[in-house]
Design a protein around this ligand. Structure first.
Ligand code: ADP
Ligand code: ZN
Length: 595
């Protein structure tokens, strides 16, 4: 069966509408036609001559009147040779008068009530006009951003120097700069050129700023759009905008496209059947098509920013699309000080104000929050009528922003901070002491996504054959966080912070027992689940192994309590410590123990 004709018409209309240049003339044309249809009867109707009342009486007397039609405004009179009209302003004709007309031999009738084109037009035309104007306004507002969209900036003043901290991200992006500067050098040696990369991190951490600085460093055009630009009310517009964006980019190449909040356009396709779902999928598909379509030599790179990679459609992350990720995290203490220094360029600080101590008191603040802090402090100073920003102003501003942040539940109390530090120190200590574990890359108490802290280990890539020795080391490291909490604060003070550690450990142990034949009690069999349940003895075996690993972690921590405390203090002071520093601290304490 073919598509119903109405769909074809709608599709045609949609195509016309999505061509911006045609939309406005089309709307005007439609308006004119509508007006013509409704106004036509009034002007096209045969004009009828009017005669005076006296003339009519005379005609009546001479019995020349053949027929009289009584209407509201007067009489339509048929004479032998013509039709005329007699106006009778008050409308009604008296019964006597009708009698007189009849007596003259004319036929009398009343006009049928019903369709009066002129009358209808006077009601309908204004309505149509109002609707048409509204429709045009709607179309106009929808296209207004489009006509100047996307905004292209030719020469960006920002440089990497304007971005404080974020050294790793800047280093990773160096390659992109060299590509944008000279893509030929890359293509000549047959290197695969990046087309898209994702900047992943919480809001306000400088993703837009870094992308701008990147374009500035490379000296290329910069286009900034937001994922929300692609949710338009009319069908087909969002998809059209994606095409337009890339068309512009190719014209302005070399060029960097920055799509903020890319999750708004790139979230996982749900496959729902509603018009909105289809529209969403069409837009995302268009983005995929455009990314695949552009020639790698075109000198166009797309940067998407998001805080949630996990909600993105996997198709977006495939090779040749957004296949690289640069993580932009909340700044650590030295990063915060650097950002404060950048923003303090425009603020007059009182003598002796220490931005380092402000940095210390602002864990969890993003770059934007810190910029905001200095701005608020300057406002406090201005309100007091003083010309310099003092420590009191800065602290008042900090407290004001913390109140805002607490609603976002980002800022943690000192007590929580110490808890997180002990927990992460526990992971880091176990990882350092167990030779079979991967080396610690860094440990931090800066929130990352859902986690309040993090110990990163290298290598992070998947290994295919993992010896049981390493699995056990990983389990002890996973248990190390909670074990440290218990050793330091006592069993009643342990927190919910170990939830993901527990999930991770349970997952591994379950596989060890049910898939990998690593439990002597269960043996070399694959254990099938019945529904959600495992056989009882398997559950018991999983529990036994986890308990054993937890005990091992506790012993490890109790025996090296000094090292744990030293790591905790280092984390509280610096927030992030590198793997080498972790190892230096642990080995120093061990040497002291041995002496
Ligand atoms: P995002 O795109 O990650 O939400 P933005 O790039 O819009 O964040 O950052 C907002 C503002 O915060 C910037 O304009 C800048 O003033 C400030 N900012 C954020 N990070 C930094 C940084 N690392 N160095 C200097 N300023 C920063
Ligand atoms: Zn943990």
């Amino acid at each position: 069966m073919g598509a119903p004709p109405v769909t074809n018409v709608l599709e045609k209309a949609r195509q016309i509408l999505s061509k911006k240049s045609l939309a406005v003339p089309a709307a005007i044309l439609a308006l004119v036609i509508a007006a013509a249809i409704f106004l036509a009867p009034r002007y096209l109707a045969q004009p009828v001559a009017e005669i005076t009342y006296s003339e009519f009486t005379r005609e009546l007397g001479q019995k020349k009147v053949q027929k009289v039609l009584i209407e509201s405004g007067g009489l339509s009179v048929s004479l032998a040779d013509r039709n005329v009209f007699v106006r009778i302003p008050n409308g009604l004709v008296s019964a006597d008068y009708i009698e007189r007309i009849t007596a003259s031999g004319a036929e009398v009738d009343f006009k049928k009530p019903g369709f009066d084109p002129a009358h209808m037009a006077s009601i309908v035309v204004p309505i149509v006009l109002v609707l048409a104007v509204l429709a045009m306004l709607a179309i106009q507002t929808d296209f207004k951003p489009t006509s100047r969209w996307p905004k292209v900036v030719r020469s960006i003043p920002n440089r990497f120097d304007d971005v404080a901290g974020q050294e790793e991200a800047k280093a990773e992006l160096q390659e992109v700069i060299s590509f944008l500067k000279d893509s030929d050098a890359f293509t000549r040696v047959g290197a695969r050129i990046p087309r898209g990369l994702l900047m992943v991190g919480p809001p306000g951490t400088g993703k837009t700023l870094i992308a701008k600085a990147l374009a500035g460093e490379a000296g290329v055009s910069f286009m900034v759009v937001s994922g929300s630009d692609f949710s338009a009310p009319l069908i087909g517009i969002a998809k059209g905008r994606v095409s337009k964006l890339f068309e512009q980019a190719r014209k302005k190449a070399p060029c960097l496209i920055f799509i903020d909040e890319i999750d708004a356009i790139g979230r996982k396709r749900g496959g729902g059947g509603s018009a909105a779902d289809r529209e969403f999928e069409a837009t995302l598909n268009q983005l995929l098509v455009e990314m695949d379509g552009f020639n790698t030599t075109a000198g166009v790179i797309v940067i998407g920013a998001t805080n949630r990679v996990d909600v993105l459609d996997p198709a977006l992350l495939r090779p040749g699309r957004f296949d690289r990720q640069v993580h932009i995290g909340l700044p650590d203490i030295s990063g915060r000080e650097a950002i404060l220094n950048v923003h303090a360029r425009n603020v007059k600080l009182a003598h002796g104000v220490s931005l380092a101590s402000i940095a210390k008191g602002t864990p969890g603040f993003s770059g934007a929050d810190l910029g905001n802090l200095l701005n608020e402090a300057a406002i406090f100073a201005a309100r007091e009528g003083v010309t310099e920003v003092t420590r009191e102003h800065l602290e008042a501003a900090r407290n004001k922003i913390i109140m805002g942040l607490e609603r976002r539940s980002l800022v943690i109390t000192d007590e929580e901070r110490r808890l997180v530090a002990v927990h992460e120190a526990g992971h880091a200590l176990c990882a350092t002491l167990l030779p079979a574990s991967d080396q610690v890359h860094s440990a931090t108490i800066i929130p990352h996504g859902q986690a309040l802290g993090l110990v990163m280990r290298l290598p992070e890539h998947d290994r295919f054959c993992i010896p049981v020795e390493k699995l056990e080391a990983d389990l002890i490291v996973a248990m190390g966080g909670r074990a440290a909490e218990e050793v330091v604060f006592g069993p009643k003070k342990v927190t919910t912070g170990a939830a993901s550690d527990i999930a991770h450990a349970t997952n591994i142990v379950t596989k060890m027992v049910t898939e990998w034949g690593m439990s002597p009690a269960i043996g070399m069999v694959r254990v099938a689940r019945s529904g959600d349940n495992l056989p009882r003895e398997v559950e018991q075996e999983i529990r036994r192994i986890i308990d054993e690993m937890y005990e091992a972690a506790k012993v490890c921590i109790e025996d090296n309590r000094d090292a744990l405390d030293a790591l905790t203090e280092a984390l509280l002071e610096h927030e992030t410590i590198e793997g080498d520093e972790v190892r230096r601290i642990v080995h120093m304490q061990q040497a002291r123990l041995a002496a």
